[in-house]
Design a protein around this ligand. Structure first.
Ligand code: COA
Length: 330
Protein backbone atom coordinates (compact mmCIF):
# COMPACT_ATOMS: atom_id res chain seq x y z
CA UNK A 1 0.00 0.00 0.00
CA UNK A 2 1.27 3.47 -0.81
CA UNK A 3 2.36 5.69 2.04
CA UNK A 4 0.15 8.72 2.52
CA UNK A 5 2.94 11.16 1.84
CA UNK A 6 5.15 10.95 -1.17
CA UNK A 7 8.12 12.99 -2.30
CA UNK A 8 7.44 15.36 -5.14
CA UNK A 9 9.61 17.81 -7.02
CA UNK A 10 8.74 21.37 -6.10
CA UNK A 11 11.56 23.25 -7.81
CA UNK A 12 14.09 22.70 -10.60
CA UNK A 13 17.28 24.43 -11.68
CA UNK A 14 20.15 23.92 -14.08
CA UNK A 15 23.41 25.53 -15.01
CA UNK A 16 26.06 24.66 -17.57
CA UNK A 17 29.39 26.28 -18.44
CA UNK A 18 29.27 28.86 -21.21
CA UNK A 19 32.05 27.29 -23.26
CA UNK A 20 30.72 25.07 -26.06
CA UNK A 21 32.76 22.41 -27.81
CA UNK A 22 31.24 21.43 -31.15
CA UNK A 23 31.90 18.31 -33.19
CA UNK A 24 33.79 20.54 -35.61
CA UNK A 25 36.05 21.67 -32.75
CA UNK A 26 36.69 17.99 -31.95
CA UNK A 27 37.68 17.35 -35.57
CA UNK A 28 40.70 19.54 -34.83
CA UNK A 29 41.66 17.55 -31.70
CA UNK A 30 41.25 13.89 -32.74
CA UNK A 31 40.64 11.96 -35.94
CA UNK A 32 36.87 12.13 -36.06
CA UNK A 33 34.09 13.87 -37.95
CA UNK A 34 30.85 15.66 -37.22
CA UNK A 35 29.17 13.05 -39.40
CA UNK A 36 30.53 10.08 -37.39
CA UNK A 37 29.68 11.60 -34.02
CA UNK A 38 26.19 12.68 -35.09
CA UNK A 39 25.36 9.36 -36.66
CA UNK A 40 26.73 7.17 -33.85
CA UNK A 41 25.70 9.26 -30.85
CA UNK A 42 23.30 12.08 -31.78
CA UNK A 43 25.64 14.59 -30.14
CA UNK A 44 26.36 17.89 -31.94
CA UNK A 45 27.95 19.89 -29.13
CA UNK A 46 28.62 19.86 -25.39
CA UNK A 47 29.35 22.45 -22.71
CA UNK A 48 32.68 22.16 -20.96
CA UNK A 49 34.42 23.97 -18.12
CA UNK A 50 37.08 26.53 -18.86
CA UNK A 51 40.39 25.71 -17.16
CA UNK A 52 39.71 28.25 -14.41
CA UNK A 53 36.16 27.06 -13.69
CA UNK A 54 34.93 24.39 -11.24
CA UNK A 55 31.70 22.40 -11.32
CA UNK A 56 30.64 23.50 -7.82
CA UNK A 57 29.97 26.99 -9.24
CA UNK A 58 27.35 25.53 -11.58
CA UNK A 59 25.94 23.14 -9.00
CA UNK A 60 25.40 26.12 -6.68
CA UNK A 61 23.75 28.13 -9.48
CA UNK A 62 21.39 25.27 -10.31
CA UNK A 63 20.59 24.76 -6.61
CA UNK A 64 19.74 28.44 -6.10
CA UNK A 65 17.39 28.36 -9.06
CA UNK A 66 15.65 25.20 -7.76
CA UNK A 67 15.26 26.78 -4.32
CA UNK A 68 13.89 29.94 -5.85
CA UNK A 69 11.31 28.04 -7.85
CA UNK A 70 10.31 26.07 -4.76
CA UNK A 71 9.86 29.40 -2.97
CA UNK A 72 12.21 28.34 -0.19
CA UNK A 73 15.04 29.93 1.72
CA UNK A 74 18.39 28.09 2.11
CA UNK A 75 17.60 27.49 5.81
CA UNK A 76 14.49 25.54 4.76
CA UNK A 77 16.68 22.77 3.31
CA UNK A 78 17.17 19.77 5.62
CA UNK A 79 19.46 17.67 3.47
CA UNK A 80 21.58 17.99 0.33
CA UNK A 81 22.37 14.89 -1.70
CA UNK A 82 24.71 15.37 -4.64
CA UNK A 83 25.13 12.66 -7.24
CA UNK A 84 28.52 13.01 -8.87
CA UNK A 85 31.62 11.13 -9.85
CA UNK A 86 33.57 14.31 -10.53
CA UNK A 87 33.37 16.48 -7.39
CA UNK A 88 35.78 19.43 -7.14
CA UNK A 89 37.67 17.49 -4.45
CA UNK A 90 37.45 14.07 -2.80
CA UNK A 91 37.23 15.99 0.47
CA UNK A 92 35.23 18.04 1.19
CA UNK A 93 32.37 16.62 -0.84
CA UNK A 94 30.59 18.60 -3.55
CA UNK A 95 27.45 18.58 -1.38
CA UNK A 96 29.37 20.41 1.34
CA UNK A 97 30.52 23.06 -1.14
CA UNK A 98 26.91 23.49 -2.23
CA UNK A 99 25.74 23.72 1.38
CA UNK A 100 28.25 26.48 2.00
CA UNK A 101 27.65 28.14 -1.37
CA UNK A 102 23.90 28.51 -0.93
CA UNK A 103 24.11 29.08 2.83
CA UNK A 104 21.97 26.09 3.83
CA UNK A 105 23.10 26.23 7.46
CA UNK A 106 20.61 23.65 8.76
CA UNK A 107 21.21 21.01 6.10
CA UNK A 108 23.13 17.76 6.24
CA UNK A 109 25.10 17.12 3.07
CA UNK A 110 26.74 14.20 1.33
CA UNK A 111 27.77 12.96 -2.11
CA UNK A 112 26.47 9.79 -3.66
CA UNK A 113 28.43 7.82 -6.23
CA UNK A 114 26.31 5.81 -8.65
CA UNK A 115 27.62 7.12 -11.99
CA UNK A 116 24.97 8.02 -14.57
CA UNK A 117 22.18 6.53 -12.40
CA UNK A 118 23.30 8.69 -9.47
CA UNK A 119 20.62 11.34 -9.77
CA UNK A 120 17.83 8.76 -9.75
CA UNK A 121 19.44 6.93 -6.81
CA UNK A 122 19.51 10.26 -4.96
CA UNK A 123 15.94 11.14 -5.92
CA UNK A 124 14.68 7.75 -4.72
CA UNK A 125 16.53 8.18 -1.44
CA UNK A 126 15.09 11.68 -1.01
CA UNK A 127 11.57 10.37 -1.65
CA UNK A 128 11.99 7.65 0.98
CA UNK A 129 13.26 10.17 3.55
CA UNK A 130 10.43 12.60 2.81
CA UNK A 131 7.88 9.81 3.25
CA UNK A 132 8.99 9.59 6.89
CA UNK A 133 9.60 13.33 7.29
CA UNK A 134 6.90 15.04 5.21
CA UNK A 135 7.92 18.54 6.26
CA UNK A 136 11.50 18.08 5.06
CA UNK A 137 12.92 19.70 1.95
CA UNK A 138 15.74 17.84 0.27
CA UNK A 139 17.96 19.37 -2.38
CA UNK A 140 18.99 16.71 -4.91
CA UNK A 141 21.76 17.72 -7.29
CA UNK A 142 23.39 15.96 -10.22
CA UNK A 143 26.63 17.64 -11.26
CA UNK A 144 29.54 16.49 -13.37
CA UNK A 145 32.80 17.79 -14.78
CA UNK A 146 33.53 14.86 -17.06
CA UNK A 147 35.73 16.98 -19.31
CA UNK A 148 38.30 16.87 -16.48
CA UNK A 149 38.36 13.06 -16.66
CA UNK A 150 38.31 12.82 -20.43
CA UNK A 151 41.30 11.58 -22.39
CA UNK A 152 41.41 14.09 -25.23
CA UNK A 153 43.60 11.69 -27.22
CA UNK A 154 41.00 8.90 -27.12
CA UNK A 155 38.47 9.50 -29.88
CA UNK A 156 36.30 6.62 -28.67
CA UNK A 157 35.40 8.50 -25.48
CA UNK A 158 36.29 12.20 -25.82
CA UNK A 159 33.40 12.89 -28.20
CA UNK A 160 30.80 11.64 -25.74
CA UNK A 161 30.88 13.69 -22.57
CA UNK A 162 29.89 17.14 -21.35
CA UNK A 163 29.80 19.15 -18.13
CA UNK A 164 26.86 20.63 -16.26
CA UNK A 165 24.58 20.59 -13.25
CA UNK A 166 20.90 20.13 -12.53
CA UNK A 167 19.08 20.38 -9.22
CA UNK A 168 15.64 19.70 -7.79
CA UNK A 169 13.99 20.28 -4.43
CA UNK A 170 11.96 17.36 -3.10
CA UNK A 171 9.18 18.07 -0.61
CA UNK A 172 6.27 16.12 0.82
CA UNK A 173 2.88 15.92 -0.87
CA UNK A 174 0.27 15.48 1.88
CA UNK A 175 -2.36 14.32 -0.61
CA UNK A 176 -0.07 11.47 -1.65
CA UNK A 177 -1.31 12.02 -5.19
CA UNK A 178 1.81 13.58 -6.63
CA UNK A 179 5.40 12.45 -6.62
CA UNK A 180 7.14 9.09 -6.76
CA UNK A 181 4.84 6.13 -7.44
CA UNK A 182 7.36 3.32 -7.79
CA UNK A 183 11.05 2.80 -8.46
CA UNK A 184 13.73 0.28 -9.31
CA UNK A 185 17.30 0.47 -8.08
CA UNK A 186 19.84 -1.96 -9.39
CA UNK A 187 23.50 -2.79 -9.87
CA UNK A 188 25.57 -5.49 -11.51
CA UNK A 189 29.28 -5.47 -10.77
CA UNK A 190 30.14 -8.50 -12.86
CA UNK A 191 31.26 -6.34 -15.80
CA UNK A 192 32.76 -3.40 -13.93
CA UNK A 193 35.94 -3.47 -16.04
CA UNK A 194 34.03 -2.29 -19.13
CA UNK A 195 33.78 1.28 -17.85
CA UNK A 196 36.35 2.63 -15.40
CA UNK A 197 38.03 5.68 -13.93
CA UNK A 198 40.82 4.29 -11.77
CA UNK A 199 43.00 7.33 -11.11
CA UNK A 200 42.13 9.25 -7.96
CA UNK A 201 40.95 6.17 -6.06
CA UNK A 202 42.89 4.56 -3.21
CA UNK A 203 44.08 1.45 -5.06
CA UNK A 204 47.03 3.56 -6.13
CA UNK A 205 49.15 6.23 -4.51
CA UNK A 206 49.16 9.72 -6.01
CA UNK A 207 51.59 9.76 -8.98
CA UNK A 208 51.82 5.95 -8.69
CA UNK A 209 53.85 4.71 -11.64
CA UNK A 210 52.09 1.34 -11.58
CA UNK A 211 48.98 3.05 -12.93
CA UNK A 212 49.19 3.69 -16.69
CA UNK A 213 48.56 7.34 -17.59
CA UNK A 214 45.39 6.59 -19.54
CA UNK A 215 43.81 5.09 -16.42
CA UNK A 216 43.54 8.60 -14.99
CA UNK A 217 40.74 9.10 -17.50
CA UNK A 218 37.43 7.44 -18.23
CA UNK A 219 38.01 4.23 -20.16
CA UNK A 220 35.21 2.39 -21.87
CA UNK A 221 34.59 -0.58 -24.10
CA UNK A 222 31.78 1.25 -25.86
CA UNK A 223 30.32 -1.54 -27.94
CA UNK A 224 29.90 -3.85 -24.93
CA UNK A 225 28.51 -1.06 -22.76
CA UNK A 226 26.07 -0.17 -25.52
CA UNK A 227 24.62 -3.69 -25.58
CA UNK A 228 24.15 -3.85 -21.81
CA UNK A 229 22.72 -0.32 -21.66
CA UNK A 230 20.03 -0.95 -24.28
CA UNK A 231 18.99 -4.18 -22.58
CA UNK A 232 18.85 -2.70 -19.09
CA UNK A 233 16.98 0.49 -20.03
CA UNK A 234 14.28 -1.56 -21.71
CA UNK A 235 14.07 -4.09 -18.87
CA UNK A 236 13.64 -1.41 -16.19
CA UNK A 237 11.02 0.50 -18.16
CA UNK A 238 8.95 -2.58 -18.94
CA UNK A 239 9.17 -3.93 -15.39
CA UNK A 240 7.99 -0.65 -13.88
CA UNK A 241 5.09 -0.43 -16.31
CA UNK A 242 4.04 -4.02 -15.86
CA UNK A 243 4.04 -4.10 -12.07
CA UNK A 244 1.98 -0.90 -11.97
CA UNK A 245 -0.55 -2.17 -14.48
CA UNK A 246 0.39 0.49 -17.01
CA UNK A 247 0.90 0.58 -20.76
CA UNK A 248 3.70 2.64 -22.28
CA UNK A 249 1.05 4.81 -23.87
CA UNK A 250 -0.21 5.84 -20.41
CA UNK A 251 3.06 7.73 -19.94
CA UNK A 252 3.03 11.44 -20.64
CA UNK A 253 6.80 11.62 -21.07
CA UNK A 254 9.86 9.39 -20.74
CA UNK A 255 13.05 11.10 -19.59
CA UNK A 256 15.95 8.74 -20.23
CA UNK A 257 19.58 9.26 -19.29
CA UNK A 258 21.21 10.95 -22.27
CA UNK A 259 24.16 8.69 -23.15
CA UNK A 260 23.57 7.97 -26.81
CA UNK A 261 20.65 8.83 -29.09
CA UNK A 262 20.69 5.29 -30.45
CA UNK A 263 20.15 3.88 -26.94
CA UNK A 264 17.26 6.31 -26.43
CA UNK A 265 15.77 5.48 -29.82
CA UNK A 266 16.01 1.75 -29.09
CA UNK A 267 14.06 2.30 -25.86
CA UNK A 268 11.47 4.43 -27.65
CA UNK A 269 10.94 1.76 -30.29
CA UNK A 270 10.65 -1.03 -27.71
CA UNK A 271 8.00 1.01 -25.89
CA UNK A 272 6.38 1.83 -29.22
CA UNK A 273 6.14 5.51 -28.34
CA UNK A 274 6.06 8.52 -30.67
CA UNK A 275 9.09 10.83 -30.64
CA UNK A 276 7.30 13.57 -28.69
CA UNK A 277 6.88 11.23 -25.69
CA UNK A 278 10.61 10.66 -25.20
CA UNK A 279 12.74 13.62 -24.21
CA UNK A 280 16.04 14.18 -26.00
CA UNK A 281 18.60 16.94 -25.53
CA UNK A 282 21.82 14.95 -25.98
CA UNK A 283 22.51 16.90 -29.19
CA UNK A 284 23.34 20.01 -27.11
CA UNK A 285 24.92 18.57 -23.96
CA UNK A 286 26.43 15.15 -24.70
CA UNK A 287 26.50 12.69 -21.84
CA UNK A 288 26.63 14.64 -18.58
CA UNK A 289 26.30 11.50 -16.44
CA UNK A 290 24.52 12.26 -13.14
CA UNK A 291 23.53 15.71 -14.42
CA UNK A 292 21.77 14.46 -17.53
CA UNK A 293 18.34 13.64 -16.09
CA UNK A 294 17.91 16.79 -13.95
CA UNK A 295 19.00 18.93 -16.92
CA UNK A 296 16.55 17.08 -19.18
CA UNK A 297 13.77 17.40 -16.60
CA UNK A 298 14.43 21.13 -16.32
CA UNK A 299 14.35 21.65 -20.08
CA UNK A 300 11.26 19.49 -20.55
CA UNK A 301 9.42 21.71 -18.08
CA UNK A 302 10.65 24.92 -19.68
CA UNK A 303 9.46 23.63 -23.04
CA UNK A 304 6.00 23.00 -21.57
CA UNK A 305 6.28 19.25 -22.04
CA UNK A 306 5.45 18.44 -18.40
CA UNK A 307 2.08 19.49 -17.01
CA UNK A 308 0.34 19.04 -13.70
CA UNK A 309 -0.81 15.46 -13.24
CA UNK A 310 1.47 14.04 -15.97
CA UNK A 311 2.84 10.53 -15.57
CA UNK A 312 6.62 10.46 -16.06
CA UNK A 313 9.08 7.63 -16.40
CA UNK A 314 12.73 8.40 -15.64
CA UNK A 315 15.27 5.74 -16.51
CA UNK A 316 19.05 5.58 -16.24
CA UNK A 317 22.03 3.34 -16.68
CA UNK A 318 25.71 3.87 -15.90
CA UNK A 319 29.18 2.56 -15.12
CA UNK A 320 29.43 -0.10 -12.48
CA UNK A 321 26.97 -1.08 -13.79
CA UNK A 322 24.19 0.77 -12.04
CA UNK A 323 20.64 1.23 -13.21
CA UNK A 324 17.51 2.92 -11.94
CA UNK A 325 13.97 3.72 -12.97
CA UNK A 326 11.30 5.85 -11.41
CA UNK A 327 7.61 6.42 -12.09
CA UNK A 328 6.32 9.77 -10.97
CA UNK A 329 3.07 11.74 -11.04
CA UNK A 330 3.89 15.43 -11.61
N1 COA B 1 35.35 9.12 -34.71
C1 COA B 1 35.53 8.32 -35.76
N2 COA B 1 35.64 6.99 -35.66
C2 COA B 1 35.55 6.45 -34.42
C3 COA B 1 35.36 7.24 -33.29
C4 COA B 1 35.26 8.64 -33.45
N3 COA B 1 35.07 9.47 -32.43
N4 COA B 1 35.30 6.45 -32.22
C5 COA B 1 35.45 5.19 -32.65
N5 COA B 1 35.60 5.20 -34.00
C6 COA B 1 35.79 4.05 -34.89
C7 COA B 1 36.33 2.84 -34.17
O1 COA B 1 37.73 2.91 -34.09
C8 COA B 1 35.85 1.72 -35.05
O2 COA B 1 36.70 1.62 -36.14
P1 COA B 1 37.11 0.17 -36.70
O3 COA B 1 35.81 -0.44 -37.17
O4 COA B 1 38.06 0.50 -37.80
O5 COA B 1 37.72 -0.56 -35.57
C9 COA B 1 34.50 2.22 -35.57
O6 COA B 1 34.52 3.65 -35.37
C10 COA B 1 33.32 1.63 -34.86
O7 COA B 1 33.57 1.65 -33.45
P2 COA B 1 32.55 1.12 -32.41
O8 COA B 1 33.13 1.26 -31.05
O9 COA B 1 32.04 -0.23 -32.81
O10 COA B 1 31.36 2.17 -32.61
P3 COA B 1 29.94 2.16 -32.01
O11 COA B 1 28.93 2.17 -33.08
O12 COA B 1 29.78 1.11 -30.93
O13 COA B 1 29.86 3.59 -31.31
C11 COA B 1 30.00 4.48 -29.08
C12 COA B 1 30.76 3.90 -30.27
C13 COA B 1 30.97 4.77 -27.97
C14 COA B 1 29.34 5.76 -29.55
C15 COA B 1 28.92 3.48 -28.65
O14 COA B 1 29.50 2.20 -28.48
C16 COA B 1 28.26 3.84 -27.35
O15 COA B 1 27.54 4.82 -27.27
N6 COA B 1 28.43 3.05 -26.31
C17 COA B 1 27.76 3.23 -25.03
C18 COA B 1 28.22 4.50 -24.40
C19 COA B 1 27.55 4.75 -23.12
O16 COA B 1 26.37 4.71 -23.05
N7 COA B 1 28.37 5.03 -22.13
C20 COA B 1 28.02 5.51 -20.89
C21 COA B 1 27.12 4.65 -20.13
S1 COA B 1 26.26 5.73 -19.14
Amino acid sequence: MRAKFSGRIIGCGMSVPEKVLTNFDLEKIVETSDEWITERTGIKERHILRDDEVISTFAIEASKEALNEANLQPEDINLIITATLTPDFLMPSLAILIQNGIGAGRAGAFDLSATCSGFLYALILADQIVKNNPDWHILVVGAEALSRKTNWEDRTTCVLFGDGAGAVVVGGDPSGEKGVIDFILGADGSNWQLLTLKGGGSAYFPFDERLPKDEHYIKMQGREVFKIATRMMEKIALELLERNGLKANDLSLVIPHQANLRIIEYLRERLDLPKEKVFVNIDRYGNTSAASIPIALYEARKQGRIKDGDLLLLVAFGGGFTFAGLLMRW
